[in-house]
Every structure is written in C-alpha cells, then in structure tokens.
Design a protein around this ligand. Structure first.
Ligand code: FES
Length: 214
C-alpha cells in the first residue's frame, strides 16, 4: 500500500514538472519559456544547474522544475502565509533549521534567500513521496489550524510554508533546500550557490534584488 502511494506520488511529479500550480492545485499552466532553459535529460541526471523564470508566478502560486531527477518547487509566498511563521515554532520539530537540511544562507525562519520565495526539493523526508501543496491559510481536514504548507498523503506528514516538518508525524526532518541563487529579480539558478561575496549569502532578503549584486 505504501509503495503504491509512493509510486503515485512520483508519477504525479513527472506529469506536473515545469508547470505553475495554483494554491488549490487546480490551475495548471505550462510555461514554455522555462522549458527552453532546461538542460538535456542527460545533463539533468548529472545534476546540471537549471535556470527557472518565475516572472509569471503570482503570489500564492508555485513553479515546479526538475533538477537532479528531483522535483524542485519555487513558491511565491504571500504576506498572509508568512505572518504565521513565528507562531508555528512550538508545533515544529526543527523550527530553527538546526539540522543540515539547507545551506547556511537559508538557515533562517524563511529558509530562503528572499523571504517571499521558498525554493526547495519537494520530497518527503519519511519515505520519499512528493507532498501536495496546500497553500491557503484555512482549516484543512488534516489540520484545523492550517496556515499553508505541504501535506504528504502517504503517511500524513505535514510541513509549514517554509517546508519545516511538524511534530507528531512520521517525517523526521525538514524538507531539503538545495543550493541556488537569484540571477536577477525573476530568474533562479537551481543547483548553484550564490557567488562569493554576494549579499545573497546573508539570506532572508526582502523585496526586489535590484541594486543587489548576484
Ligand atoms: S512518505 Fe511517509 S509521510 Fe511522506
């Protein structure tokens, strides 16, 4: 039963890659431009960097790209989603991201370089399913106090909108934030750390990157 669910989750990723997916998971819009930047299948398998254009990703939406054979979600978080982060600390297993599940520059409550944008590998740290995005701040059947985040249907693990795992679920760790950086305001290079000396290495930046060197 568990294996069957895991396979379903992986299949879902394969059909959904390089798509923008709305908060309710119903609106799926292909973005041909992103596909033009994707490396060959062989290069992706080797972990080649992937450049993603997020210019069409509205607040509350996410873009999914494939990197290193894994689904990477780039989430444009709303102020309403972000304002609950501090209040969730007591319900989380690793609220301060002390476990090495992210680069140093993302070891902050946003787990991000830019506070609004979460960039991470959407793979559950329990047995590797692909959790679903439940972005809306509203009660859900699996959590009446839900503030937006990810829910893994395989064995009911829950993660907040910074991909931090809740207590009392099978998943042991926050989901992984891989190396990445912003090339400009609308392009993310997945798989490569910010250049040496970049302000992005400080993390938790807010607003536009204009005037901030890559
Ligand atoms: S794989 Fe078991 S809860 Fe996600």
């Amino acid at each position: 039963m568990a294996d069957e669910n895991i396979n379903k989750g992986r299949r879902r990723f394969l059909t959904a890659s390089t798509a923008v997916i709305g908060g309710a998971g119903l609106i799926i819009t292909a973005i041909p431009f992103v596909e033009t930047w994707l490396p060959s299948a062989r290069a992706q398998a080797a972990g080649a960097p992937v450049l993603a254009d997020v210019s069409k990703v509205e607040p509350g939406q996410r873009l999914r790209v494939g990197w290193n054979k894994q689904p990477v979600d780039i989430v444009n978080r709303t102020p309403d989603q972000l304002k609950w982060l501090d209040s969730l600390d007591s319900r989380l297993r690793d609220p301060d991201s002390k476990e090495p599940q992210q680069p140093k520059y993302c070891q902050n409550k946003y787990r991000a370089i830019r506070a609004e944008w979460l960039v991470f590998i959407d793979i559950c740290t329990h047995l590797g399913c692909v959790p679903d995005y439940y972005g809306e701040v509203k009660p859900e059947p699996f959590d009446p106090k839900w503030k937006g985040g990810y829910y893994c249907p395989c064995h009911h693990s829950r993660y907040d909108i910074s991909a931090r795992v809740f207590q009392g679920v099978p998943a042991p760790l926050n989901m992984v934030v891989m190396p990445y950086h912003w090339v400009d305001d609308t392009h993310v290079l997945v798989g490569v750390d910010p250049p040496k000396g970049s302000p992005q290495l400080k993390g938790a930046l807010t607003g536009s990157l204009k005037g901030v060197a890559a």
